[in-house]
Design a protein around this ligand. Structure first.
Ligand SMILES: [Zn+2]
Length: 145
């Protein structure tokens, strides 16, 4: 798919995606907190440094930018045409590492949820949907918040 952003737009877009503590992420976290879930953020000692860690449920949540982590089937998951080879290697590399990290975590008994940027950015309804996914996954452990 053609990439139509100007370099400045791309720069802006990337810094927004890369930045942590974005609004939808905060909304998701405060909703989890309000429901009584206790979690930790950005644990560097876990593979891939998950964005949200729920130790009690042995569940980790990755909040992934659709471009940087190449959300399958997402219209944001395009490879820029300029410097194509560079981007292809970089973005494929990111996606490959994500898979590896997930596999390692699962082997160690963690439940792994991925929430994509586009699953959150379109408002409260989508955030609620992701929230109930997280709650369902945690409930499978037989524990309540
Ligand atoms: Zn997406």
């Amino acid at each position: 798919m053609a990439d139509t952003l100007t370099p400045e737009q791309r720069q802006k877009c990337m810094s927004r995606v890369k930045g942590k503590n974005t609004k939808p992420e905060l909304a998701l976290r405060s909703a989890l907190h309000a429901l009584g879930f206790r979690f930790r953020l950005h644990r560097r000692n876990l593979p891939g440094c998950p964005d949200i860690v729920l130790p009690k449920y042995r569940t980790v949540i990755f909040l992934h930018g659709c471009f940087w982590h190449q959300h399958p089937g997402c219209r944001k998951a395009t490879i820029p045409i300029s410097n194509y080879e560079f981007w292809l290697a970089k973005l494929r590399g990111n996606a490959g590492r994500d898979k590896q990290n997930t596999a390692i975590l699962q082997r160690n008994g963690w439940r792994v949820l991925t929430v994509w940027e586009c699953d959150l950015k379109c408002g409260e309804e989508l955030i609620a949907k992701q929230l109930s996914r997280i709650i369902d996954t945690c409930r499978e452990t037989g524990l309540d918040p």
